[in-house]
Ligand binder design. Structure first.
Ligand SMILES: Nc1ncnc2c1ncn2[C@@H]1O[C@H](COP(=O)(O)OP(=O)(O)OP(=O)(O)O)[C@@H](O)[C@H]1O
Ligand SMILES: [Mg+2]
Length: 249
């Protein structure tokens, strides 16, 4: 569903909260046939700890590009990304990799579970790879599968799970190491409307319970409206003055 923005302006909520990420005049270009193709043309925004944010915009507007830059998966062309006050563009690959590994969780449209692992292993084994004690990793996986009501599916492999169940396992995996930030790129894009809302319930439940910050790309207005803030990306910029009011505070 294509987004149509309301013309009601919204102030960023939680202005007293800690600013986690600050984006200042961010530009990103790709080379196309030897010429620079400008995708992001001066994006500025502040993200506060604990917020849930919907990022919308037409196909090709640069939503995934912006997520990649915020997650440290790609390098910006111009501007600044400040993480808790620290400019990240000078970080080397090791620092960026540590940030992604320890502070960030990802959820994708196509789930990206490891096919040869059970649901339980998809959540617990990445924790062990991060250095968690085996027992603690198993307890955390159990707790998350329980919270997301898929505990009885723990021993099932991804091909034995529905799309909605697979996505809930992917959400459990993303939150498992208690990251600061979750980036979700169209996580309900492959799901029917009812399952999409259930998957969003899982995100919002964990976000509230764990105080994580959630940035979700979506084309679905009924999803965007349930987030605290809505950032529309248009013509390479974010126009927060045309975004929907916060419906969930
Ligand atoms: N590595 C790359 N090299 C060249 N061009 C790229 C690269 N990555 C993205 N682009 C271009 O940047 C533009 C924005 O792409 P992006 O994937 O961020 O869009 P999007 O808003 O996520 O779209 P969709 O809703 O279809 O997922 C597109 O025109 C795309 O072709
Ligand atoms: Mg995309």
């Amino acid at each position: 569903m294509q987004i149509t923005d309301s013309s009601v302006s919204s102030e960023p909520i939680s202005t007293t909260k800690e600013v986690l990420l600050e984006v200042i005049d961010l530009h990103k270009s790709y080379l196309s046939g030897g010429r620079p193709l400008e995708i992001l043309k001066g994006v500025s925004l502040s993200i506060h700890r604990g917020e849930s944010i919907a990022l919308t915009g037409s196909s090709g507007s640069g939503k995934s590009t912006l997520l990649s830059l915020l997650a440290g998966l790609d390098r910006l062309t111009k501007g600044q990304i400040r993480l808790r006050g620290q400019a990240t563009q000078d970080w080397d690959e090791d620092q960026l990799a540590r940030w992604r590994r320890e502070e960030v969780g990802f959820v994708f449209q196509d789930f990206r579970l490891i096919k040869s692992f059970t649901a339980f292993e998809n959540v617990s084994l990445p924790l062990e790879i991060l250095g968690w004690d085996g027992q603690k990793a198993r307890e955390r996986a159990e707790q998350l599968l329980e919270q997301l009501k898929i505990r009885e599916r723990a021993e099932h492999f991804p091909h034995q799970l529905s799309g909605g169940e697979q996505q809930r396992v992917a959400i459990a995996r993303a939150y498992a190491h208690r990251p600061l930030l979750i980036f979700a790129d169209e996580p309900t894009g492959n799901l029917d409307p009812e399952t999409s809302q259930q998957v969003l319930d899982s995100f919002l439940q964990l976000n509230d319970e764990e105080g994580t910050t959630l940035i979700m790309v979506t084309h679905d207005m009924s999803i965007a409206q349930r987030m605290q803030r809505h950032l529309p990306l248009r013509a390479g910029r974010i126009d927060e003055t045309s975004s929907s009011p916060s419906l969930r505070v």
